[in-house]
Design a binder for this molecule. Structure first.
Ligand code: CS2
Ligand code: MG
Length: 396
């Protein structure tokens, strides 16, 4: 079998997605997700201009070799754009391999270790009452785990509480850690009192705190028994986790901003986190993520792959195939997609009573209606930018 074409599909059913379609001389084709929120066309260009030409004629079966050829062959290896482009290719090659074998990808990864995968959904609100109402609705819908965020008084557009893109220019969110550090422990005290202890709770600090701030927050939240506190520190401050981990019993998660296993390695090998949260669309796909999962298993760390609405159902399926196959699965972040996304992406994780189920369709299990995709042309959209009270830029 030989690769005959690589096609990039950029579509915007509610938000932008980038899909890689790899075609072969056997007629079998595969899809992968290469969506990088806010930089979609940079990835599309890397794929079309540089990576597609060097793939033509290669045997799609040789995923590991192609992965290394692209990763090492580019010399300027790593980074979000090239690793997202590589992820799209990698997922498409696993899709082809499964279709050729007549097996779902999880079967190629070692078969099922579970019959369903625990998942969590986002809940956010402008005040505690609204958060409670939304949380109760999600619990009624069957969710056993929720990520809880709330607007911080005095700060415009707190992360996780406003539509975060689809804007011509970056939305500017105000940030100051003082009111945040006051509000979040109060939020979890209220939410635990209102909904009880039966639901796993998660919170995402979105890479903004200093080590002393992170220690304070993690310690104050210990009594509310979170499943994990996510992204307390900046990805550049992996050393900070060495101090943080020893100061709190609140489980820690990190990973969505990493682009290779080497960035995750210090946190895994020294057990500085409890959940690794890489994003399969930004870490180079299934091939890299399965290596990270094996590394994490060796150091008793569980997975919690990144699964926001800004990666497509193809990526969510790639997450799930790995979730079903590995022994150290923890939990899967999940986004219910609106109907326009489902017009384009046929197939995705099936939500059932707080868990995700997977079909036995060969490959990843997602078909793209390319005509429908063309009905939703690309619309430039920026991620927000955060600004400190003094007007200086802050990590968003
Ligand atoms: C968030 C993401 O879901 C999460 O854990 O960190 O929604 C993140 O804000 C977006 O993926 C950025 O595009
Ligand atoms: Mg996050």
């Amino acid at each position: 079998m030989k690769i005959t074409n690589l096609k990039v599909i950029v579509t915007s059913p509610g938000r932008n997605y980038v899909v890689v379609k790899i075609e072969t001389d056997s007629g079998i084709y595969g899809y992968g997700d290469a969506t990088l929120n806010g930089r979609e066309l940079a990835v599309a260009e890397a794929l079309e201009e540089y990576l597609a030409p060097i793939l033509i004629g290669r045997n799609p079966d040789n995923i590991e070799d192609i992965w290394n050829y692209i990763y090492k062959g580019t010399y300027w290896r790593g980074g979000p754009v090239l690793m997202t482009a590589l992820a799209g290719i990698d997922m498409a090659l696993w899709d082809i391999k499964g279709k050729k074998a007549g097996l779902p990808v999880y079967s190629l990864l070692g078969g099922k270790s579970r019959e369903k995968a625990l998942c969590y959904s986002h809940v956010s609100g402008n005040d505690f009452e609204e958060v409670k109402e939304k949380a109760l609705k999600k619990i009624e819908a069957g969710y056993k785990a929720l990520r809880i965020q709330v607007a911080i008084p005095g700060l415009d557009g707190t992360y996780g509480t406003v539509e975060d893109d689809a804007l011509e220019l970056p939305f500017v969110e105000k940030w100051d850690s003082k009111p945040y550090l006051k509000t979040i422990p109060e939020l979890f005290k209220y939410i635990r009192a209102e909904i009880g202890d039966g639901v796993h709770l998660i919170h995402d600090s979105h890479e903004r705190l200093t080590v002393p701030e992170a220690i304070k927050l993690a310690r104050k939240l210990e009594k509310y028994d979170l499943l994990f506190l996510e992204d307390l520190l900046k990805p550049e401050n992996r050393e900070g986790f060495r101090q943080l981990k020893s100061q709190t019993s609140t489980p820690l998660a990190m990973g969505e901003l990493f682009n290779t296993r080497w960035e995750a390695l210090p946190l895994i090998k020294d057990q500085l986190i409890d959940y690794i949260r890489c994003d399969l669309s930004h870490i180079g796909g299934i091939t890299e993520a399965k290596k990270i999962a094996a590394l994490a298993e060796t150091f008793h760390i569980k997975t919690a792959w990144h699964g926001p609405a800004d990666i497509s159902p193809v990526a969510h399926l790639a997450n799930l195939h790995l979730d079903f196959a590995i022994a150290n699965f923890g939990i899967q972040e999940f986004a219910q997609f609106p109907k326009e996304v489902k017009e384009v992406f046929k197939g995705g994780p099936e939500f059932e009573d707080g868990y995700l189920k997977i079909s036995d369709k060969p490959g990843l299990g997602c078909e793209i209606d390319e005509e429908a995709a063309a009905e939703y042309p690309y619309q430039k959209a920026y991620l927000p930018v955060a600004e400190a009270l003094d007007g200086s830029v802050h990590e968003w």
